[in-house]
Design a protein around this ligand. Sequence first.
Ligand code: UDP
Length: 242
Amino acid sequence: MAVSSKKPDWKRVVVKLSGEALQGPQTHGLDEKTLDRIADDLVNAAELGVEIAVVVGGGNFFRGIQGADKGIERARADSIGMLATVMNALALEFAIEKRGWPARALSAVPMPSLCQPYSRQAALHQLGKGRIVILAGGTGNPFFTTDTGAALRGAELSCDAIMKATNVDGVYTADPKKEPTATRYERLTHDEAIAKNLAVMDTAAFALARENRIPIIVFSIAQPDAITAALAGEGKSTLVVP
Ligand code: UDP
């Protein structure tokens, strides 16, 4: 595995991993190979000495907004969505531990028989021990997304950056799937992203990151070693800075 030997600038990061990133080629659920590849990548990144918190989404199982569209009251549908993130967190925790690296899932929705409840202190303690911390349950509240969970944890855990893993290798001038002439930004400020109306993360998440002056790196999780490469400043990405 080609792991960069370059030292990353960031000491502590929060990685936002959508549920979709874990479904691989499937239409939903968890893909074993994809989970293993991402676990490898996270372990390689942790071996560089970076403290890593991962906020996992749940869209590969359930999104509250879709449940609401089908008539489930929104707050309840979001509860189902938050439960979906716990499934992903437990699967990722196991995939990382299988590689001999310690991982701890912490849930913002307390379910102590499955994993530790999230608290800032518990997360900082686990990060300090070098464990990869997997944050389930988003913010723990309905009407939010795990993007916002990532920005919130990024701020409260004093992370140097939010690493937003997507299926596109950065932020483009227009949707590159619809507009073939669209070009990727290498670097942007938070203010430029707003002025140009570019969707980097959802609005609440972006506002939190901007207010707390947290850089956001947007990169594609499709490649092996994507997280490690992004940390080392290699590969394609867009860096959003204050
Ligand atoms: N969710 C929530 N509060 C949060 C985070 C997530 O209610 O703070 C619910 C919401 O229903 C959301 C679902 O969990 O649709 C899964 O999260 P998200 O859509 O962010 O997952 P992703 O799209 O990243 O896979």
